[in-house]
Design a protein around this ligand. Sequence first.
Ligand SMILES: Cc1cc2nc3c(=O)[nH]c(=O)nc-3n(C[C@H](O)[C@H](O)[C@H](O)COP(=O)(O)O)c2cc1C
Length: 176
Amino acid sequence: MKDSSLTGVERFFDTNELIVSKTNLKGHLTYCNDIFLKIAGYTEQECLGKPHSMIRHPNMPRCVFHMLWQTIQNGQEIFAYVVNRCKNGDHYWVLAHVTPSRNAAGTVTGYHSSRRVPDRATLEGQIIPLYDKLLAEERRHANRKDGLNASMKMLTEMLQSEGRAYDEFIAKLQAA
Ligand SMILES: Cc1cc2nc3c(=O)[nH]c(=O)nc-3n(C[C@H](O)[C@H](O)[C@H](O)COP(=O)(O)O)c2cc1C
């Protein structure tokens, strides 16, 4: 499916840069660092208070975000490869680390994400082909929920066949 609002142009950031954002419990942006704003092409005013999905790229499989939310709402951290959409329709790939933020009493008050440059060979050799398959599976279904269930099943079966949990799978890719 071609999205005419996308340019197909990839943007890059430096290996010593970190793209950082924070959200409230609903995933609405409460903080974006300058690198986030620069690469995505937004001002701080345009971002704060908006759902994080404002930078969602249509080629990201729904099941990755589903797993991300399940994990952080369970109080755990997650690493995920994500392609994001810039304001003008360009895109950029990141390796995101997303964690719950807690107050002194240990209550989760929001979420935090730091992103760094992903390894290109991992992205092209493993992540993009995997996401293409998951996305194709999601798009085979007329109904979003059925698509999500089908791609979650596909991802779970892939991990089972490798004998790894998702976090082990990602850690192994990073180490490779
Ligand atoms: C701390 C944090 C960081 C996130 N970072 C991104 C991100 O960089 N890109 C993105 O598309 N979604 C990100 N999300 C997930 C979004 O909240 C949302 O689930 C996703 O964009 C899918 O949107 P949709 O469910 O409306 O399709 C993040 C969520 C949290 C809590």
